[in-house]
Write a protein that binds this ligand. Structure first.
Ligand code: C5P
Length: 220
């Protein structure tokens, strides 16, 4: 039996991966997998300071975590132990906790396995940092979205405001730059484009233009 189709979208924080993954999943009629949400909800569930745990304790705690996907397109829902993950994981603070646990080999191994299992069950638009390089190296199509840190901080700022959450632009910029640095320079599965990824710099592009570039890339 052939495995379900996988399209990957990787890139740094706030570049618009989730928005584009949802739109593309709608267009293709398949589910999207927000792997950042998997790291965020894992970090959130484990709690602050979990990145200081020794590997055996981390492995034991991860054993209690289970992910499931339901629905399709922009209505895809990710749940952790039956709980639908919501906006509580969308703060920059939880993003930093996620980036901290994401440096730990047991966490990466655990989530990689969970992502591969979901990808074996459903065709997916999978977005994250290492989808094209590590988790789905044989994906049908790979994209890497990039944008300057100023543009990304402004987008995250607008997103948080829209959700009614407190946001400070200069603090966000510093936090995103710090998280990027950690994500790009970690030893395991650092953020980088796959050799066969289509790279799209979205700094000066509208959402419509980015989406068109993705659709062209799928057709091409
Ligand atoms: O994409 P998002 O900002 O929600 O991701 C939160 C954090 O989770 C990232 O900063 C990164 O450290 C981690 N992550 C990762 N690999 C992925 C997705 C997210 O390391 N595939």
């Amino acid at each position: 039996m052939s495995s379900p189709m996988i399209v990957t979208i990787d890139g740094p924080a706030g570049v618009g991966k989730s928005t584009m993954a949802k739109k593309l999943a709608d267009a293709l009629g398949i589910a999207y997998l927000d792997t950042g949400a998997m790291f965020r909800s894992t970090a959130w569930r484990l709690g602050e300071g979990a990145w200081k745990w020794e590997a055996p304790r981390m492995v034991e705690e991860l054993g209690w975590i289970n992910f499931a996907l339901s629905g399709s397109g922009s209505d895809t829902r990710l749940s952790l132990n039956g709980y639908m993950v919501g906006d509580e994981i969308r703060t920059e603070q939880v993003g930093m906790w996620a980036s901290n646990v994401a440096t730990m080999p047991p966490v990466r191994a655990f989530l990689k396995e969970a992502q591969i299992k979901l990808g074996a069950m459903y065709p997916l638009v999978a977005e994250g940092r290492d989808m094209g390089t590590v988790v789905f190296p044989n994906a049908e199509r790979k994209f890497f979205l990039d944008a300057s840190v100023d543009v990304r901080a402004k987008r995250r700022f607008d997103q948080l405001k829209e959700m009614g959450k407190p946001a400070n632009l200069s603090e966000l910029k510093a936090a995103i730059a710090k998280r990027d640095d950690q994500d790009r320079n970690r030893a395991v599965a650092p953020l980088r484009p796959a050799d066969d990824a289509v790279i799209i710099d979205t700094s000066d592009l509208s959402k419509e233009h980015v989406f068109k570039a993705l659709l062209d890339g799928i057709k091409g």
